[in-house]
Design a protein. Structure first.
Lengths: 177, 198
């Protein structure tokens, strides 16, 4: 049975495992990862979200380059060929041109992460900068409302925390101390 | 212990100024354009674990699961007394571990569900794939009724947690009925043409 209390959040992405989407629940963000005939869920409770991080990626530019290359590859012979040849090469170039156009219109790509006390999880559903900005604009006020005000004075405390040494995952334990 | 927010790419700490900016700024470690938002939970200290208080006086109500611990609250579902350790607070309700488990088993507690089977996708695939692959089309004699059974079986089963229409079930049934109709027409044609040739 579907849960009508979930609202759609901006973003629709494709991971290697399959498509994914994000939904806004009453008190949490639900990440839905479709893996074949299964849906796998990750919940990020608004009260637990520590940070949202967006990193710009080069994926969109790489796809643009690939599509532009194949478009040019098929369009170039069209200049030298007759009418039938032109139609064939144009029809071969069309999917690449369409992909290129869609990719350009959707804007730059990004990697979006949600950090909680126990994990920093990549959200493949949010893969465009525009979607990430919309996501932040939608979710940020809700997280602030759920968590309340920053403890005073928060800027020095935050600066101290950010200047501290990060815990590197997988670092070997120091023995003999 | 709280840890700083770091760049997921290079693990360099994100400067505080980044949390207030509206634009992307270069990461200090890898120079990748980065945008970040921090929230008060970042500075919150992790709560200490609760172990439940030991019974110190005779006649004190004891936890159903830990006879040596003081009862903290009654379970809102079964009424058993439970200690602070056994108390699972969910949506304003206090539940004992066995009630949480039984609700999870029955599927009435969606909070802990981490995966669900998409019966509509299965039914649609069973209906469409044999025909789509052409060389397996003969199997549709078996898969079409199977797809209808799967659609009927899955219709009332819990589907996706997110809003999702029943259109895939409908398509699976319609497509399967068309396949069955095609097979019936095929066998009818064979029987009729067989009589003609005799």
């Amino acid at each position: 049975m579907s849960n009508p209390s979930y609202q759609k959040l901006p973003g629709r992405g494709l991971a290697w495992s399959g498509p994914s989407r994000v939904w806004l629940g009453e008190d949490h963000v639900l990440l839905v990862l479709t893996r074949g005939y299964l849906e796998v869920y990750r919940r990020f409770f608004l009260n637990d979200i520590q940070a949202l991080i967006v990193l710009r990626t080069q994926t969109g530019k790489i796809w643009n380059g690939v599509c532009a290359f194949f478009s040019a590859l098929f369009l170039w012979p069209a200049l030298a060929l007759g009418e039938t040849g032109t139609i064939i090469t144009l029809s071969l170039a069309a999917p690449f041109l369409a992909t290129l156009l869609i990719n350009v219109l959707r804007g730059p790509t990004c990697a979006f992460y949600i950090r909680t006390a126990v994990q920093t999880e990549r959200v493949p559903a949010v893969s465009r900068v525009r979607a990430a900005e919309k996501f932040i604009a939608r979710v940020e006020p809700l997280v602030k409302a759920a968590q309340g005000e920053w403890p005073e004075p928060f800027v020095p405390a935050l600066a101290t925390l950010q200047s501290s040494q990060p815990v590197v995952a997988g670092a070997p334990p120091v023995l003999g101390l | 212990m709280n840890t700083p927010v770091v760049c997921p790419e290079c693990a360099a700490p994100v400067p505080v100024e980044f949390f207030q900016g509206l634009r992307f700024g270069p990461c200090l470690g890898c120079n990748t354009p980065l945008l970040a938002r921090a929230f008060p939970a970042l500075l919150r200290q992790a709560p200490q674990g609760i172990s439940g208080e030991r019974i110190t006086e005779a006649g004190q109500a004891a936890c159903f699961y830990h006879p040596g611990k003081t009862a903290h609250v009654p379970c809102d579902a079964c009424g058993r007394f439970i200690c602070a350790l056994c108390d699972v607070e969910l949506h304003g309700q206090h539940l004992c571990p066995s009630c949480v488990e039984s609700r999870q088993r029955k599927g009435t507690l969606t909070t802990f569900e981490s995966r669900r089977v998409l019966w509509d996708n299965i039914a649609l695939s069973v209906a469409v794939l044999p025909v789509a692959t052409v060389f397996l089309a003969g199997f549709s004699m078996v898969t079409a009724p199977a797809a209808i059974l799967l659609a009927v079986f899955g219709w009332r089963r819990p589907g996706s947690l997110a809003p999702r229409s029943k259109i895939r079930f409908v398509l699976a049934i319609v497509f399967s009925l068309l396949e069955i109709a095609a097979w019936v027409a095929f066998f009818y044609f064979i029987s009729v043409s067989g009589e003609v040739f005799q």
